[in-house]
Design a binder for this molecule. Structure first.
Ligand code: TXA
Ligand code: MG
Length: 326
C-alpha cells in the first residue's frame, strides 16, 4: 500500500504528535521523528528494522538551535560549520550533559548533527519545537530513497506520510566528519563535501579518512545494496562478462561493448551516465538500483566508476558502488 502525501503543515502536526514522516533533503530522503521523544525514536527503529545500537543522525534548522543541545564548537568545527552548514555535511558533536537527545544517539554522548539545505525540510524544522532525528528513509541495509515513489514502495503504510520534494539534488548521503579533537579532521563517511573541499577552507589541519571500523558510520552494517547481487568489473574484462545478467553501465563502458559488437537487450541495461560526470551518476544511482531490482535478475554488473577527481562527490560515488558490490 502506498504512503500518504503530506503538506508541510500536516507533517508538522503529525511530528508534534510523535508520528513519523519521510521528508526530502538535498542528499537523500530522511525518516523524521521528534528527536527528544523516546516514543518517536522507537517507531523509527521499528519502521526501518534498524539495529538498536545504531544511533540516529539529528537535524536542526540552524547553528543556533544546534548549540542549544551540544557543547561549544572548537575552532575547527566552527570553520567547518560556517562553510558547510546548511548543506550535505554532518558534524559529530558532544552533547550537553543530561541531554534530551540521548534516546536518539542510543546512549552515546556524541551526536551526528546536520543542518539540511532543503526548503521544505527547513520549513518543517522551523515549525516544530524540537530537532528531528532522521536516518535515511529506507529499510535497514537497503540503499537510500531519493524520491517519494521509492519510499512509498519501500515503507508504504508503515509511515504516517511523505512530504514530496521531488528528486534529491545529490542523491548520496551527507559527508560525516569528526573534528572533536581539534587536531585532525576525520571523514567518517564520504559524501558530497570531500577532503578536497575541506582543505580549501581549512589550512594546516590534516584531513584523514577514518579506519576505526566501529566508529565509522555505515561500515559496521551492510548498506547501500540492491537486492540483485551486484558485481563490478575492470574495463579490460568487460566483453568477457556473462551476458545472463543486468548491466549498469557508464556511457564509456557501454561504448566499449558496442565496439565489441556485444548486444544487450533493453530489459537488461541501465545507463548510468558519463563517467566524467559523477554528479549526474550519483544523483540517479539509488533510483537506478531501484529500477535494477524491478528487472528481476539474480546478478548484475556495474561500472566501477573509479573517482575521476578528488572531489567529494566523485570519491563518494566510488565508495557507494564498492560497498554496494561487496
Ligand atoms: O544525508 C544524510 O546524512 C541522510 C539524510 C536523511 O540526512 N541521513 C542518513 O542517515 O544517511 P543514516 O542513518 O542512513 O546514516 C547516518 C550514519 C549511520 O551509519 C549511523 O550509524 C551514523 O551515521 N550515526 C548517527 N549518529 C551517530 C552517532 N551519534 N555516533 C556515531 N555514528 C552515528
Ligand atoms: Mg542509511
Amino acid at each position: 500500500m502506498n504512503a500518504k502525501f503530506l503538506t508541510t503543515s500536516k507533517a508538522v502536526e503529525i511530528l508534534k504528535n510523535n508520528g513519523i514522516v519521510a521528508v526530502p533533503t538535498e542528499t537523500v530522503y530522511g525518516l523524521a521523528g521528534n528527536a527528544t521523544s523516546s516514543e518517536a525514536i522507537r517507531k523509527i527503529y521499528k519502521i526501518k528494522n534498524r539495529p538498536a545500537d545504531n544511533p540516529l543522525i539529528c537535524h536542526f534548522h540552524s547553528l543556533l538551535q544546534l548549540l542549544e543541545y551540544v557543547e561549544p564548537l572548537n575552532e575547527t568545527e566552527k570553520t567547518l560549520a560556517e562553510h558547510f552548514m546548511p548543506g550535505p555535511f554532518s558534524l559529530m558533536c558532544k552533547l550537553k550533559s543530561n541531554s534530551q537527545l540521548l534516546n536518539a544517539t542510543a546512549g552515546s554522548n556524541f551526536i551526528i548533527a546536520r543542518i539540511p539545505n532543503q526548503p521544505l525540510f527547513i520549513e518543517i524544522l522551523k515549525n516544530v519545537p524540537f530537532p528531528l532525528a532522521a536516518p535515511s528513509a529506507n529499510t535497514s541495509g537497503k540503499f537510500s530513497g531519493t524520491n517519494a515513489q521509492m519510499i512509498s514502495e519501500d515503507l508504504g503504510i508503515l509511515i504516517d506520510g511523505i512530504v514530496d520534494g521531488g528528486n534529491c539534488n545529490y542523491g548520496l548521503e551527507s559527508t560525516i566528519v569528526d573534528a572533536t579533537n581539534n587536531i585532525e579532521i576525520r571523514i567518517l563517511r564520504k559524501g558530497p563535501i570531500g577532503k578536497l573541499e575541506i582543505q580549501k577552507v581549512i589550512k594546516g589541519i590534516p584531513v584523514v579518512f577514518s579506519t576505526a571500523k566501529a566508529a565509522t558510520p555505515g561500515s559496521k552494517y551492510k548498506h547501500y545494496a540492491p537486492k540483485t547481487k551486484l558485481n563490478w568489473f575492470e574495463k579490460e574484462e568487460i566483453n568477457h562478462l556473462k551476458l545472463d545478467a543486468a548491466f549498469l553501465l557508464t556511457k564509456q563502458d557501454f561504448d566499449i561493448l558496442v565496439s565489441h559488437n556485444v548486444k544487450l537487450k533493453e530489459q537488461q541495461l541501465i545507463l548510468l551516465g558519463d563517467e566524467n560526470n559523477p554528479e549526474f551518476i550519483s544523483k540517479n544511482l539509488y533510483h537506478n538500483f531501484y529500477l535494477l531490482d524491478k528487472l528481476n535478475f539474480n546478478t548484475a554488473y556495474i561500472s566501477k566508476c573509479v573517482a575521476v577527481s578528488e572531489s567529494g562527490i566523485a570519491m563518494a560515488l566510488q565508495d557507494r558502488i564498492f560497498k554496494a558490490a561487496q
